[in-house]
Design a protein around this ligand. Structure first.
Ligand SMILES: Cc1cc2nc3c(=O)[nH]c(=O)nc-3n(C[C@H](O)[C@H](O)[C@H](O)COP(=O)(O)OP(=O)(O)OC[C@H]3O[C@@H](n4cnc5c(N)ncnc54)[C@H](O)[C@@H]3O)c2cc1C
Length: 338
């Protein structure tokens, strides 16, 4: 059986960031990815100024938005900034770029490789078994590594979206409690299309019902969805720790996405890099991840509070927009980075 210092399950942004750093430091790393290529994933592709925008080359970015249009049933506001507040990037483009960098750094990658079983010292896949010293669960919201650690997932969000062809120029967030409960609808423009979607956190996240609401809202916005196929995915925000001896969880597998906004790419990247640094130097000070976890927990508390009842939910949303409108809280409060 082949042995590796580190095996990473999953080649999303978290797994690839982790693998690249480890390989750059000379560790033998194996990344196992069930899909034939790294990258494609159901996602709105929104990245934030203090988060991923600064970490990816400009030419990969599709749209930059210094204005955010936010509206609820009772008010609307435009948040402006000289810098792009949110930008969009296609997941396949981000994935391909990160994959290439990880290969160049020297990591071994196996695609179409499904991890089926985990034991204390090896993983079994459809392409054979591999022994590990450290195991990283970077395998998203339905993580097999998380299940192996017996961690349940109660707090989970659902995102459903359509990729709608056309020219869209405004990045919009719609908080409409009748349609989206404690979630929101979004329009994130790309070149020649937009991700038009809806995010919701438990207990309001029945995907079928969400799809009906998304269709109704799109019709109100005069966005035609005829003939388009919806895509949905889970977003785990049930964080219960990330270090479990020689096994670590990162990104969605660790439940590090924001329960409030569903932003998860940046937390995946930060936690992936932190896990790598801790393997390289066990005394590494994980301050960036600790800050992110604090913010994640704040977002989680807001979601739990607003989910208590409808009036509380409406009040939370309206206060949030009012605070953004008056500048009482900055837009970055909604982002996962500081
Ligand atoms: C509809 C929707 C919209 C979203 N919009 C945004 C957004 O605008 N901005 C944002 O930041 N986040 C967004 N997110 C969240 C974001 O997509 C995730 O938080 C992010 O991808 C997490 O990265 P990750 O590396 O932890 O996991 P993932 O990107 O999920 O990667 C996990 C990888 O592991 C692989 N894998 C899983 N199981 C196995 C196995 N058993 N064996 C081998 N490989 C396996 C998967 O194939 C996958 O490639 C959205 C999510 C959804 C569903």
């Amino acid at each position: 059986m082949l042995s590796f210092s580190v095996i990473i399950v999953g080649a999303g942004p978290g797994g690839l960031a982790c693998a690249k750093l480890l390989a750059e430091h000379g560790l033998d790393v194996l990344v196992l990815e069930r899909k034939p290529v790294a990258g494609p994933k159901v996602c709105g592709g929104g990245i934030t100024w203090d988060g991923l925008i600064r970490r990816v080359p400009e030419h990969l970015i599709e749209g930059v938005f210094p204005r955010q249009y936010i509206r609820s049933n009772h008010q609307q506001t435009v948040i402006k900034s000289p810098d792009p507040i949110v930008a969009t990037i296609r997941r396949e483009v981000l994935g391909e770029w990160m994959y290439r960098q990880t290969l160049e750094a020297g990591a071994v990658m196996k695609t179409s490789c499904l991890v089926q079983k985990i034991t204390p010292d090896y993983v079994a896949t459809n392409q054979g078994s591999f022994r590990y010293r450290h195991l990283i669960g970077a395998d998203g919201s339905s993580s097999i590594v998380r299940r192996y650690l017996n961690l349940t997932t109660d707090k989970i969000g659902v995102g459903v979206h359509f990729q709608v062809p056309g020219n869209f120029d405004r990045m919009e967030w719609h908080l409409n409690d009748t349609l989206f409960n404690n979630g929101y609808g979004w329009i994130f423009p790309f070149k020649g299309m937009a991700s038009v979607g809806i995010y919701g956190a438990k207990p309001y996240n029945n995907p079928k019902q969400m799809l009906t609401c998304l269709r109704r809202w799109a019709a109100l916005q005069k966005i035609p969805l005829n003939g388009l196929k919806p895509r949905a995915g889970l977003i785990n925000f049930d964080y219960r720790g990330w270090r479990f001896g020689n096994i670590m969880l990162i990104g969605d597998a660790a439940g590090l996405a924001s329960g409030l906004t569903g932003e998860g790419m940046y937390p995946a990247l930060v936690s992936g890099e932190t896990a790598a640094r801790v393997i390289i130097n066990p005394d590494y000070d994980c301050h960036e991840l600790q800050r992110l976890i604090k913010k994640q927990q704040k977002h989680r508390r807001i979601v739990s509070f607003s989910a208590k009842n409808r009036l509380l939910n409406i009040a939370t949303m309206e206060i949030l927009i009012l605070a953004l409108r008056t500048g009482l809280i900055p837009f970055s409060m909604l982002e996962m980075a500081d």
